[in-house]
Design a protein around this ligand. Sequence first.
Ligand code: FMN
Length: 360
Amino acid sequence: MKIGTISLSSPFVIAPMAGMTDTAFRRLVKRQGGCGLVVTEMVSSEGLVRGIDRTLEYAEYTEEERPVSIQIFGGDPQKMAAAAQVVEAMGADIVDVNMGCPVPKIAKHDAGCSLMRQPEHAAEVISAMTKAVKIPVTVKMRAGWNDRARNAPELARIVQDAGAAAVTIHGRTAEQSYTGLADWDLVARVAENLSIPVLGSGDCIEPEQVIDRLKYTPENVASGFSRTNYRPISGVLVGRGVLRNPWILAQAADIAAGRAPREVTLSDRGQFLLEYIDMLLSERVAEAEGFRHVASASTAPARGRERWVINKLRALCTWYSKGQDGGSHLRVRINAATSISELRGIVNEFFSAPSLAGMS
Ligand SMILES: Cc1cc2nc3c(=O)[nH]c(=O)nc-3n(C[C@H](O)[C@H](O)[C@H](O)COP(=O)(O)O)c2cc1C
């Protein structure tokens, strides 16, 4: 699949997740294989343009993650265009626009999913950005604002006409937030009617589901498709499924290649967390020149590193422990950890302790 000039080796993508998909996590997932694109956590256009350290950090990525898409949010066309130029100057492959965030803090500033309620304004944002940069500009949106306004099909066409190189649809409305189910029929319908790649997002927990979403055809969705010119969904973004199982994209790629999905042992799961801890602790330490891409204004603020790493592990384990035998026990213990050595000890003990099986 190609997004503008950027070729993706696989149609499976790590979805952007604020607070979760930092550069270390993305690298670790990418190393397992099967991942064609990574998207950063959403980054404020305002913060990028003003050079705010925290914002610039969210946009950092490393060479091994390529191709990389940096997602930005905002509602002012000129600021979004300027932010896209910062993203381009950082060397990112793609700049993605968040039109899906339902959180009031974001949506009340004409940003995130609010843009879906103002299609003409959304078109102005995309048009200003595509004029300002050479890299592809893409959009991630929801099904619509609410059930009375499921306008993703119209808006997707509008942003395509404004120059967007690809569109992702998370098939829920802003009002639904994360309740109910993502509407993949809607994603397929958008794909049918656009000439740019359309990717879908929502509710893939098992690798087989990732494959099923790509196989949507006129036969297995509701009526209304022209069968001769059917254009399939081009790719699948996996969010919470990757937080639960970082191997899901690799397993989907196995299935797509006709192989059995690789088995992930308890010890693999423990090793993943230990590596994540090590990577978070050593971020920016002893990296080869050119490895990490930061905006020129970034001053690399030092943070209370251990506390930050513990909080990161707590956040990940909320998802990582779901469906895991003894998962609630792991969550409780990690939430109570106060040092990195304690954290490592808990992980080592839990993931090498078959006796915990069945304790969830
Ligand atoms: C913790 C969390 C943070 C998220 N942050 C973002 C974000 O920054 N930008 C965005 O476009 N979507 C964000 N999303 C939405 C996901 O990218 C994805 O579209 C959604 O979770 C549905 O896919 P899933 O069922 O595979 O998780 C977030 C979702 C979660 C759970």
